[in-house]
Design a protein around this ligand. Structure first.
Ligand SMILES: NC(=[NH2+])NCCC[C@H](N)C(=O)O
Ligand SMILES: [Mn+2]
Ligand SMILES: [Mn+2]
Length: 327
């Protein structure tokens, strides 16, 4: 089926699935299996059926960086009240993923990065912004993932990627993140909006307020409806309507009813249709130009139904974003 949706930045409709089986940004084993399960569910074939030419890149292949937390030696980097866990392995893996996303984006091919935990968001944002300095970002998540080493309650690096892409508290970083200094463009506060928030740490709330970041929580989804929220978010971050839009989609944005197999589920989330509407509506503008799907963890499913629902939801996000329409 040929899709009705246009992709302004990809007239040739080429997409590269960047497989990022990575879990050291948090402490649950299993999230590194996400890419394998999404692919096994038919992700590649589904996108081909939508008229895309699909290729696959595996930046972590044979790197040893794709091991579950139980198989890597744990490292804690502390300075004063600042803390991050496993900075060396996270820094090494995110650099490799950054290089891949960057080269795919520079080739004018749609980068679809599948995780893996959300630490890889620092790679995808920095890599995409390198090719498109005027890009804007929709971060779809229950969490803001904008902790800095001195605000994080957990030290888990999947709670940091937005602050890294923005270069916040640069002096507190571990040296393994020096690669971010080579990225051409930092993410600016007026180029990112959140949708779906409902579990934001106290220090993150201060950062969001101080920087004036557009943050639409579940309260705003309830109050205005999802269509209005998407419209408001896009008009804030993309006032000209011409910039490419990168969506970083944490499946825990959806209610755990729909994506139960994820490491940090939070009740009161988006319905399945609200979640699909976001990517459908951005795709409809023609400006959707990069997508991440992260935090599917098949090992946390307590039944086959949970596993199926979570993986199927991840694939549905990709299909809706890449042009599947309901009629
Ligand atoms: N990508 C995620 N699921 N992030 C969850 C982050 C949770 C919490 N804010 C933390 O920093 O630990
Ligand atoms: Mn989350
Ligand atoms: Mn996240």
């Amino acid at each position: 089926m040929e899709t009705q949706v246009n992709y302004n930045f990809y007239p040739n409709k080429e997409v590269t699935i960047i497989s990022a089986p990575f879990s050291a940004g948090q402490r649950n084993g299993g999230v590194e299996k996400g890419p394998k399960y999404l692919l096994k569910h038919g992700l590649k074939e589904d996108l081909e059926a939508l008229g895309w030419k699909v290729s696959l890149e595996e930046p972590l292949k044979d790197s040893g960086l794709d091991l579950p937390p139980s198989e890597i030696s744990q490292e804690i980097f502390e300075a004063g009240n600042s803390r991050m866990r496993n900075p060396t392995i996270v820094g090494q893996a995110t650099e490799k993923i950054f290089e891949t996303v960057k080269s795919v984006a520079h080739k004018k091919v749609f980068p679809l990065t599948i995780g893996g935990d959300h630490a890889i968001g620092m790679s995808t944002l920095a890599g995409f912004l390198d090719a498109y300095p005027d890009a804007c970002v929709l971060w779809i998540d229950a969490h803001a993932d904008i902790n800095t080493p001195d605000t994080s309650p957990s030290g888990n690096l999947h709670g940091f990627p937005v602050s890294f892409a923005m270069g916040l508290k640069r002096d507190l970083w571990h040296k393994q993140f020096d690669w971010l200094d080579n990225a051409r463009t930092k993410l600016l506060a007026n180029r990112i909006a959140y949708i779906g928030l409902r579990d934001v740490d106290a220090g993150e709330k201060v950062i969001l307020r101080e920087l004036g970041i557009a943050a639409y929580s579940m309260y705003h989804v309830d109050k205005y409806g999802i269509a209005k929220v998407v419209e408001m978010a896009l008009s804030k971050i993309n006032p000209s309507g011409k910039s490419p839009v990168h969506i970083s989609y944490d499946v825990d944005a959806l209610d755990p009813l729909f994506t139960p197999a994820t490491g940090t589920p939070v009740r009161g989330g988006l319905t399945f249709r609200e979640g699909m509407y976001i990517v459908e509506a951005v795709a409809e503008t023609g400006n959707l130009a990069a997508l991440d799907i992260v935090e599917c963890n098949p090992d946390l499913a307590i039944s086959n139904v949970h596993e199926f629902d979570t993986i199927a939801a991840g694939c549905a996000i990709a299909k809706s974003a890449l042009g599947e329409t309901l009629v």
